[in-house]
Ligand binder design. Sequence first.
Ligand code: MN
Length: 198
Amino acid sequence: MVPPNDTLSTYRRKRDFRRTPEPSGGKTGSSEKPLFVIQKHDAGNLHYDLRLEMDGALRSWAVPKGPSTDPREKRLAVPTEDHPLDYADFEGVIPEGQYGAGTVLVWDTGPYRNLRSEKKDDGLSMTESFADGKIEVWLEGRKIKGGYALIRTGKDERWLLVKMDDDEADARRNPVSTEPKSVLSGQTLEQIAAKSSG
Ligand code: MN
C-alpha cells in the first residue's frame, strides 16, 4: 500500500521558496539511524509537529498539546504533509502570508527505533506500520525518551500519540511546559521571533 503522503509535492505546492526560509528539500537517501524531530510551531495556534524519518522524507503529524510522558494521556495527532529531511533542523520565522506563517523551533530531536520491526511475531517496517495505522517507536531525544505509539482512529484519519508504559514513562513530568526552549539553539520562540524581526 502506498501511503497517502509519499512525496514532497504537497509540501512544495504549499510554499513559495522565494519567500519562506524553509528548505525546498535537496537532501535525499536513508539514514542508518532514522531521526525524529518535534518542532514547536506558533502559527497563531501553538502546536507541536512530530516528524518521523520514513521513506526518504519526514512523515508528519500536528500534535496540538505536544507529547505527554504519562501513558494515561492520549494526545491528538493530525497527519500533515511529508516534509523534506532537511526540515529536521529548521527553526526560524515563516513570513506572514506564507503557509504555516509563524515561528518554529526544534523542541526535541534524536534517533528513533521501530519497535514493531523488532518483534518476532510482528516485524512490520515503518511503511507497513503506517499503512496498518499503528506505529510503535522508541525515541531517543533530550526531553522525550522511550516508547511511543501512534494509533489511527476511526475514519477521520485522526491519530493518537500515547506514551507506552515503560521505564521512561513518568506521569509527573510535563516537559512541554517545563522545557520550552530549542534543543538546537537554546532559544525560546520569542527570542527566535525577535532575532528575525531584527
Ligand atoms: Mn506546524
